[in-house]
Ligand binder design. Structure first.
Ligand code: E4P
Length: 214
């Protein structure tokens, strides 16, 4: 399973890289808005740090505008992937960008039908948002299961990025379902490494070692 980090913060990306947990990066307008520097400069720096795919999101609402933004964004680096919202105009943009060899990540996916359409349009990635579904009492991981089944049934090349990850079990359950990628906030990457018995065991080992030294 590939891990992308869901942030536009350079320090978090560096921390994730140091752990070997960053196979790619996803950003969105809300994440970019938290950072003080210009959008393009942030993306340039991320792309120099990370070899894998770096998603940059368009903000136009019509296909022509999305395509125009995408053509500019891909000039930043070879590993830029264009994040396109899952609306009808977005599907048109995905189809056009696919024909130009530009990779897309269809975002804000909340149903299996949306994922199927994105895959048919030629998206390289689809991003179902599990946490936001859980927030409205719909099981986000059931959606991942359905999407994996549908994409596998027809051999689509589209990869599933589990997005809106809120806690470690979102990652573990997604891995059990065979999801290709999870895009994870740094805080959850750190939580994945933690176990109270590891901490208790370390404390005991060190205490015993100190006693022996005395
Ligand atoms: C995915 O690409 C999005 O950036 C992200 O996962 C959204 O997560 P949120 O629901 O926590 O904002």
């Amino acid at each position: 399973m590939k891990f992308f980090i869901d942030t536009a913060n350079i320090d978090e990306i560096k921390k994730g890289l140091a752990l070997g947990m960053v196979d790619g990066v996803t950003t969105n307008p809300s994440l970019i808005a938290k950072e003080p520097r210009p959008f393009i400069l942030i993306l340039q720096e991320i792309c120099t740090l990370v070899d894998g795919p770096v998603s940059a999101e368009v903000v136009s609402l019509d296909a022509d505008g999305m395509v125009a933004e995408a053509r500019e964004l891909v000039k930043i680096a070879d590993n830029i992937v264009i994040k396109i919202p899952m609306i009808e105009e977005g599907l048109k943009a995905v189809k056009q960008l696919f024909s130009e060899g530009i990779k897309t990540n269809v975002t804000l996916v909340f149903s299996a039908s949306q994922a199927l359409l994105a895959a048919k349009a030629g998206a390289a990635y689809v991003s179902p948002f599990v946490g936001r579904l859980d927030d409205i009492s719909v099981n986000g991981l059931d959606l991942i299961s359905d999407i994996m089944t549908i994409l596998r049934n027809y051999g689509f090349a589209t990869e599933v990025i589990v997005a809106s990850v809120r806690h470690p079990m979102h990652v573990v359950e997604s891995a059990l379902l065979g999801a290709d990628i999870a895009t994870i906030p740094y805080k959850v990457i750190a939580q994945l490494a933690k176990h109270p018995l590891t901490d208790i065991g370390m404390k005991q080992f060190l205490a015993d070692w100190e006693k022996r030294k005395q």
